[in-house]
Design a protein around this ligand. Sequence first.
Ligand code: G3P
Ligand code: MG
Length: 244
Amino acid sequence: MTLIMAHRGSSGTHPENTLPAFAEAVRAGADCIELDVHLTKDKHLVVIHDESVERTTNGKGLVRELTLEEIKKLDAGSWFAKKYQATKISTLQEVLNLLLQMQYRGILNIEIKTDKYHYPNIEAALSEVMQSRDWPFTYWYSSFNLESLRIMHEIEAEAQLDLILKKSRAKVEAALEIDFIEGIHPSYEWVQENLAMVGSYPKPIRPWTVNLYQSMIECMDLNVDGMFTDFPEKAHRVRSRIKR
Ligand code: G3P
Ligand code: MG
C-alpha cells in the first residue's frame, strides 16, 4: 500500500508546517506527517521550511539569526489566509504535543533541513528531544544532506533514515550502497523519468510532491511505498476509490 504522507502537514489547505496544518493532517487520516526543522539563534528546534522567515511569515531574516522570542512574534498564517493570522511558527516540541493530544498513531517524518546551511549539532538537539520519552507514534528522520543522516546514525543507530533527492543519480546509487539508508525520497519527476528503476529498486521509494489525481493514481499503480502530498484528504479519496 502506498502511504499517504502529509507534506508540511495538510499544506495545500492550511498554512504549511503550522499546528493547523498538522491538526488537519491528523483529522484527514494521513499515514505519515512530514515537517521540516531548523535551529534558531538560541538553539531551539523550530518547524518551518525555508532558512528565512520571509516567505511564510510577516517577518524578515534568517531563522539562525533570530531568537525563539523574536520568531514567536511573527504571524505565520496570514500569507496563506487572513483567518490564520494568529498562527505562529511552532517549536518541534509544540508539534509533538499536538500529536500527543490528538492521539496520533501514524508516522512522523522529521526532515532535517541542513541542505543549504548545516546548523551545528542540530542532529544531537533533535535526537535529544525524540529520545526523551516513548512516543505513541513512529518517527523517521530524512534529509537532503547525507552528512546529517550519517551523524544521526551515529547518535541514534536504530533510527530510520531516508535520503531525499531531486533527481540525483549519485544519491540514488549512494542510498543503495549505504546500509543505514532505509529508503529514498525522490522528486515525483525522478519517478516519472525512471519508471524501470522504480520497479526494481530494492529499497522503499516515497516521492514528493504528489498533488494531482492522475499523479496519485500513478504512484499507487506503481505501488511506491509512500507519496508526499499537500492534500492528504484528497489522497485518501483516491486511495479508497482505487481499492474499490
Ligand atoms: O521530504 C520530502 C520533501 O519535504 C522534500 O522537499 O523542499 O518540501 O522539504 P521540501
Ligand atoms: Mg520537507
